[in-house]
Ligand binder design. Sequence first.
Ligand code: MLT
Length: 405
Amino acid sequence: MAADVPIECTVYPDDCDAFGHLNQASFLRLFERARWAALAAGPGMDAFERSGAWPAVRKTTIEYLQPVFPGERLRFALEITRLGHTSFDMRQTVRRATAEGVVAAADFVFVCVGTDGRPVPVPAEVAGYFGARSPRATTATQRHTVQGVTLAVDVSGDGPALLLVHGFPLDRTLWRSVTSTLTGWRRIVPDLRGMGLSEAPDGDYTMAMYADDLAALLDALHVETAVVCGLSMGGYVAFELLRRHRDRIRALVLMNTRATADGSDARARREAMMARVRRDGTGFLAEEMLPKLIAPVSHETMPEVVRHVRMMAAGSAPHGIVGALAAMRDRTDAGDLLATIGLPTLVVAGSEDQLIPLAEARAMSDAIRGAHWAVIPAAGHLVPVEQPVATGRVLREFLEALPQT
Ligand code: MLT
């Protein structure tokens, strides 16, 4: 088992208070148990002892979002969000194994100390296992309630606004390595409703709903206009923003996406996947989609990318995944929209994208007057995680050349 497979723990009656709720101390204990279980699945529970370093918790921030009761199984996901020389930050999120929504999320700061209590380097094998390529800077995740749903959003930097919209079945962390390179911009990176740490209300979702959520989020952040960058399903949302909230868009980046709507085969595949998620949950998604989401070369040579994609795919609530599939199934063809965009536009494709053939992306770019076209070499459908440096460079060049407002 690898660290990218979420760790599951059962809540025992003695974890709970007199009213049957999991109490704060027990939450902390389960977070810690999940960390050791993740370590056991990787470099071994004795990894710190072997290297003469002990991880001492220096700071903890926990958000308790839902009560938990005896007998429930909880699923923990974990990532290192900053890796320093002697310290590291870790984010753990916990959900019910079978149902909706994030139950709690915690941020920890650890300092590695030796037997004399002095700081010592983070053991290399631990750092490597939990994601040596994780971004070094953390961004506080904000929560905004818009249209009755609470969205998680990372906001960082000052300057003109850049709204980055993730694809399916992913979350806002898709953009982390890229956003750290885009200084001089106010980067607004939400989880769409139903995905990542955002709330997942029941019922069908639509592209219009996602677009209205994002326009309301811009309102909540007092942003009038933003450059909108959408990857794949995020691109479908960007098209809907164009239809419904054109005045909020300053420029457009369409990344690994297509303008055409689903045909009958694609709609049938969505229906089958919705039925399977309703029956089996989301556990199968990562394995089923990974081979198509990233290029074979990324699969073979970038275990940390594989791990990250698995975590994203496992991290969303079943309702959110079903909702997204319904929204994609029912989306409107954007072919006619392309000639009317009339905004600075960049189209980005991955040279090895198996979901959107290069020729189709190129044809979409050609249909948009004045569009800039960029191909990211050695990358599949997820260019921001497979080739973050090249993707960041292409984005920066486009952003820097935009007319001043
Ligand atoms: C995505 O990456 O967002 C999805 O693959 C898009 C789709 O399934 O149409």
